[in-house]
Design a protein around this ligand. Structure first.
Ligand SMILES: C[S@@+](CC[C@H](N)C(=O)[O-])C[C@H]1O[C@@H](n2cnc3c(N)ncnc32)[C@H](O)[C@@H]1O
Length: 261
């Protein structure tokens, strides 16, 4: 999909889903895992943190969860979809949370301004149509961070997608394809690109156990019973509460620290 088609997709999704927690993904429980990890790492950055940017914040559901958990930090949410930002402002008003502002901003157009202690992207880079654009967007994140600032990158990676699909195949399940508007990230390219910009503080495959339970075990049960999978099924719920283990899911977390070069 082209850049314009992907942007139209998100605009349409924003209009269709409004303030729903599923506006940016149907997988509610995977989202809870992501938020849990973001909270953990924000807590770890502690006193060094004052300004946190959530780039590609969608309707602000996660940003507001984080802002209410950390009232001592100032949050800014950015998204290129006008309608996502309108929903984010509506949710903010509904929840009465003051330490967050939402702004229309296109990461590819170099519209991100300001200085940040922490920047995060959660399934955002994968919406850019080429690796070159993903790499340029990572550079923009790097430029807007203070020295020693942190980039929490939760994105989908090709290796994890291949790995869990191989397990699906061994269970007689069809491959789950990458969606048309997504380009998953190649970890080898990422590592070469960030080597002189960031230190890798932590890596975790936060979707491995969850995908093995929800996309293999539960999918197999559904297939055998002739049922349609349900994102709110208890398999998803309980799987989301298990600790991380293994390296077989697409959605992975890098905690990066801007280095001194
Ligand atoms: C999969 S959603 C993730 C939203 C949110 N981070 C979350 O965790 O639910 C991707 C979001 O990135 C936004 N996005 C994609 N490309 C962007 C760009 N170039 N600049 C700003 N936002 C972008 C989309 O509008 C969409 O809201």
């Amino acid at each position: 999909m082209s850049y314009t088609e992907t942007k139209d997709y998100w605009e349409g999704r924003a209009l269709e889903m409004g303030v729903s927690p599923q506006a940016t993904t149907n997988d509610y429980y995977m989202r809870q895992i992501e938020i849990r990890n973001l909270k953990h790492w924000l807590r770890r950055t502690g006193a060094a943190t004052s300004h946190v940017g959530d780039v590609g914040c969608g309707n602000g559901y996660s940003t507001l969860e984080l802002a209410s958990e950390f009232p001592e930090f100032r949050f800014s949410g950015f998204d290129y979809s006008q309608s996502m930002i309108e929903s984010a402002n509506a949710l903010k008003a509904e929840q009465g949370i003051e330490n967050v502002g939402f702004h229309v901003c296109d990461l590819t157009a170099d519209e991100l301004t300001g200085e940040f202690d922490v920047l995060m992207t959660d399934r955002v880079m994968i919406n850019l149509p080429t690796w070159e654009e993903q790499a340029a967007a990572i550079d923009r994140i790097w430029r807007r961070l203070k020295p020693g600032g942190s980039y929490f990158m939760i994105e989908n990676f090709t290796d994890g997608q291949t790995a869990f699909n191989a397990v699906r195949e061994s269970f007689g399940l069809d491959e789950i394809p990458v969606r048309d508007h997504n380009l998953f990230i190649d970890k080898e390219l990422l590592h070469v690109h960030i080597a002189d910009k960031f230190d890798v503080v932590h890596f975790e495959n936060i979707s491995s156990v969850y995908y093995l339970v929800s996309r293999v075990v539960y999918s197999k049960i559904c297939q055998d019973n002739g049922d349609a999978p349900d994102y709110y099924d208890d398999h998803h719920k309980w799987a989301s509460m298990l600790p991380s283990a293994g390296d077989m899911g697409p959605i992975q977390l890098y905690v990066l620290s801007k280095n001194s070069s």
